[in-house]
Design a protein around this ligand. Sequence first.
Ligand SMILES: [Mg+2]
Length: 342
Amino acid sequence: MQRMQRAAGAVVGSAVGDALGGPFEFGPPGAFSARFPAPGAGGEMCGGGGWDPGEATDDTQMAVLVAESLLERGGLDLPDIFGRFQRWAAAEPKDIGLQTEDVLTNGMPWDLAAALHFQVSRRAAGNGSLMRASTSAVRFAPAGQEATMDAARRIAALTHGDRAAWEGTAIFHELVRVTFEDTDPLAALPDTLALVHPGHRDRYATVLAPGWHPGQATEFNGAVWPCLGSAVWALRTTTGFEDAIRAAIDLGGDTDTVAAVTGGLAGAYYGLDAIPARWTQPLHVPLPGFDGRVLRLADLLRLADRLGDGFGDGFGDGFGDGLGDGLGAEPGAAPPSSPSTG
Ligand SMILES: [Mg+2]
């Protein structure tokens, strides 16, 4: 599969999962399939709980902020990302993680805010850095294993002082990277775990083990470990993008984020064309604090295209323009010149 398919799949897949899961946040297990018993029937982008149909939540909004910083700054500019997060948080987005809000509004400088918050609270292993990692995972994949995991940790550390959150985000980055190389991310888990900080390895090994089930989680899935474990479980136990998202939302709890993380992995794995058009069409991402901008599918595709420039194999050429129309279900939309990544 072309890397372009996978990169756009990761970005759009995460956003779609977020928007589908938002209305079910903090609900009970099974709520999604109780409402939509037949996969593929339509109507799932239903809105509710304060969300319009197709409206992406803070997960995707922050992922877009990271993406725009990486592109406009030409690389990883941590103070710039932090500043964008602050500007967004000050505009009172509909949803924002407690941890993230505390860090972004406590008035401390970018390189101290999260660490100081962690020192005081001792609670900073939420999934709030993992949830926004799809765009940076795409951007840093071509830079290789060490660079992508390093970038993940640094961006995570902007809001999360607990290394557990950094490591979970780094694992996500690496799984997306290997998927772009046509490696099965599930098969790559043992190698990936070996790259995790030794003090955090066992806990991730537990939730990423083949036999683990989200029902065995020892924390609410708003914590980083069960969130990542549940996303990997959803990918492992299903055979398509739609079913992976359904499984993720059906876990209940922090459904938008578990589905956003699942959608990032499953979107990279199955590719953009596997994401139902009836899910991508109503998708939109408001950006509070940024002049009322609302990104739609074409904008996300353009973003994914530019983020993928680093592959240097023609990946970034010509994907953004003209692809906004009718995409999602059009195999013919891919540029003919991109070589296979096999
Ligand atoms: Mg959210």
